[in-house]
Design a protein around this ligand. Structure first.
Ligand SMILES: Nc1ncnc2c1ncn2[C@@H]1O[C@H](COP(=O)(O)OP(=O)(O)OP(=O)(O)O)[C@@H](O)[C@H]1O
Length: 258
């Protein structure tokens, strides 16, 4: 695998549309190296679409997504994404990690050692020969993380990785994400859990109705968000509409209500 850095990742005036409806609007930002970025915002804000655009699953209708260093092929090989409900192959836990390594052309003798290490680090060694589908959701999410960890991506996109998990399983997943980060992977993650955002974030991106409204260091964002919608969201006010809400202007019900 090449060691050339693909970071920083830069988005310039990125727009995304489906059937003429603009869902991501003029988003510009840069992801530097070695940070953990958390993306928050109300339902439908565009957080998942944003991650999919960065990961290359979707293409912008205008604007640019620019990786440093290598070309598109290198960038694709050096990044990974984990979804809220990861897809498991109908094979053993070990074979799921092995497959990810084999399609990256990692030699078989090398693969065995990597598989042992990531299963051990995600607490899954004892399940190595179980069918992946027999694992609980929390264990499957750890396997999804083991699979990407084996590839040692430079940047990892995570779309609400703990959304369906209970607190103990969430804690384990957060520990693994932290270990992956400490091992050198840049983290970009969405969450609806503000406690989790505070625990993990070095910086926060706040999205609302397809726009990136604030991008700030975590301390600064949580202490004094600059954007009025971000302030309302942190105060628990943005998710439902009220006629007396200070952000509600006549005729702008949709502005508040998602
Ligand atoms: N393929 C699609 N066709 C039409 N609309 C879409 C499509 N994908 C997403 N959208 C719309 O784009 C908006 C943003 O969706 P997205 O899933 O990115 O939001 P989100 O911030 O991740 O929301 P949540 O927190 O609920 O997961 C939503 O209004 C959604 O309905």
């Amino acid at each position: 695998m090449t060691s050339q850095s693909i970071l920083p990742l830069e988005l310039r005036a990125v727009n995304f549309e489906v059937q003429g409806k603009r869902l991501i609007k003029d988003v510009s930002c840069t992801f530097e190296q070695n940070l953990r970025s958390i993306i928050i915002g109300p339902n439908g804000a565009g957080k998942s679409l944003f991650l999919r655009l960065c990961h290359g699953l979707l293409q912008p209708v205008s604007g640019q997504i620019i990786w440093q260093g290598g070309g598109d092929r290198d960038s694709a090989r050096q990044q990974a994404m984990v979804f809220q409900r990861p897809v498991m192959l109908r094979r053993s836990v070990r074979a799921n990690v092995d497959y990810a390594l084999s399609i990256r052309s990692v030699a078989r003798p090398e693969r065995e050692a990597i598989i042992d290490e990531v299963l051990q680090r995600t607490g899954l060694s004892r399940f190595a020969d179980y069918p992946a589908h027999a694992l609980s959701y929390g264990e499957q999410q750890r396997l999804a993380l083991a699979r990407v960890w084996a590839l040692k991506p430079q940047i990892l996109f995570l779309d609400e990785p703990t959304a369906s998990l209970d607190p103990p399983a969430t804690h384990l997943v957060e520990q693994i994400i932290e270990a992956i980060h400490v091992a050198g992977t840049r983290i970009v993650m969405t969450t609806h859990d503000l406690g989790q955002a505070r625990r993990i974030a070095d910086e926060v991106l706040f999205m609302h109705r397809g726009r990136l409204l604030e991008h700030a260091p975590a301390d600064q964002f949580f202490d004094k968000p600059k954007n009025e919608h971000a302030r309302a969201f942190l105060g628990g006010e943005l998710l439902w509409w009220h006629p007396k809400h200070p952000l509600h202007k006549p005729g702008s019900k949709k502005e508040i209500c998602q």
